[in-house]
Design a protein around this ligand. Structure first.
Ligand code: FES
Ligand SMILES: [Fe+2]
Length: 341
């Protein structure tokens, strides 16, 4: 799992008065809103006897375990053990495994990595986003590793074939293609058209590691797709569809919703039967090692795979117990000085 990054994990509007279970990043978490309305996320299991706290409730910003009613405050500290009475001394280990979480862009985000003094700003695609009032959202779980989805979102030339029935106007040949890597972003641009370049559909298709994509293949429609890992075989998929045609209050969201239905019910499922039988199938694990012969039009996908490998490679090197730490230079007391070249 790529670490030291933010993962989007839930629609913010879904976090109201009740605790919400979050199966993400190979673990189970619980999210709730503390008294100040701020999001809190903790490991889901109650430290008392391991009950899953999402089955409990929130009372005055504290999460209350359904088993024995122990209450945990926004800092994760146990504030009440009903069986021991109000004045009881709380055992030191009786606290939740609190996570670093934040709310931004209408989503709840989870920091995966070591805590730090300052965290990077949470960004989506600032150049792409339209007002949320012109968007509609859906989320669901699919049985594929998230890397397969990330790679497919960067693969625009499958539209003319795998999605031919859904978008028959998209041409098969990639013209004017460019792909570039910029930090955690992969930016691709191109035109899908007929062999002779006619009937072209320009597109922009970007990925932001670890798990977000942005696609537009028409000036008035934009999609943000999040594919957050649940575990090695499942992915939480979130689609936000923006439309820029209808701006009338009352109708703008409806229009986005109707278009989203097409994306969600018609286009996305066209990939599933192909994924099911693809090399690696639904057996779990990443697609990092699935052999592929990539071509020019796959350069975005190749950059994604390369960047992912770089990040994971650097993590593995950091974690290597046999790692030789960098030389910190001569120590003051060892009496040696450099005498030049
Ligand atoms: S298991 Fe949670 S209070 Fe006992
Ligand atoms: Fe697809």
């Amino acid at each position: 799992m790529i670490r030291d990054v933010w993962y989007p994990v839930l629609e913010a509007r879904k976090l109201k008065r009740k605790p919400v279970r979050l199966d993400r990043l190979g673990q189970r978490f619980v999210a709730w809103r503390a008294e100040d309305g701020q999001v809190r996320v903790a490991g889901a299991y109650c430290p008392h006897r391991g009950v899953s706290l999402d089955q409990g409730r929130v009372r005055e910003g504290r999460i209350v375990c359904p088993m024995h009613g122990f209450e945990f405050d926004g800092a994760g500290d146990c504030a009440l053990m009903p069986c021991e009475g109000r004045d009881a001394k709380i055992p030191p280990g009786l606290k939740l495994d609190m996570q670093v979480a934040a709310e931004a862009h209408g989503l709840i985000w989870l920091w995966h990595g070591a805590p730090r003094a300052e965290y990077p700003e949470i960004e989506l695609f600032p150049y792409a986003e339209l007002p949320l009032e012109r968007s509609a959202e859906v989320s669901y779980v699919v049985d594929y590793h998230y890397t397969r989805l990330m790679e497919t979102h960067l693969d625009m030339h499958h539209l003319a074939f795998a999605h031919h029935k859904g978008v028959p106007w998209i041409g098969p040949k990639m013209h004017d293609y460019s792909a570039e890597l910029d930090g955690l972003r992969i930016k691709t641009r191109g035109v899908l058209a007929a062999e002779d370049g006619s009937k072209g559909t320009p597109f922009v298709c970007d990925a932001l590691l670890p798990c977000t994509s942005y696609v537009t293949a028409a000036p008035n429609f934009r999609l943000i797709i999040i594919t957050a890992p649940i575990d090695d075989t499942r992915t939480w998929m979130f689609i936000r569809y923006y439309q820029d045609i209808v701006k009338l209050p009352g109708l703008r969201r409806l229009m986005a919703w109707a278009l989203l239905q097409y994306e969600y019910r018609v286009l996305q499922p066209q990939d599933w039967p192909l994924f099911d039988e693809m090399h690696g199938g639904t057996t779990g694990g990443t697609v990092d090692d699935v052999p592929m012969v990539l071509v020019r039009s796959d350069q975005g996908l190749a950059l994604y795979r390369k960047r992912r490998r770089q990040l994971l490679g650097a993590q593995a090197a950091e974690d290597d117990p046999l790692r030789v730490l960098p030389d910190a230079g001569p120590r003051p007391h060892d009496g040696r000085t450099s005498t030049g070249p």
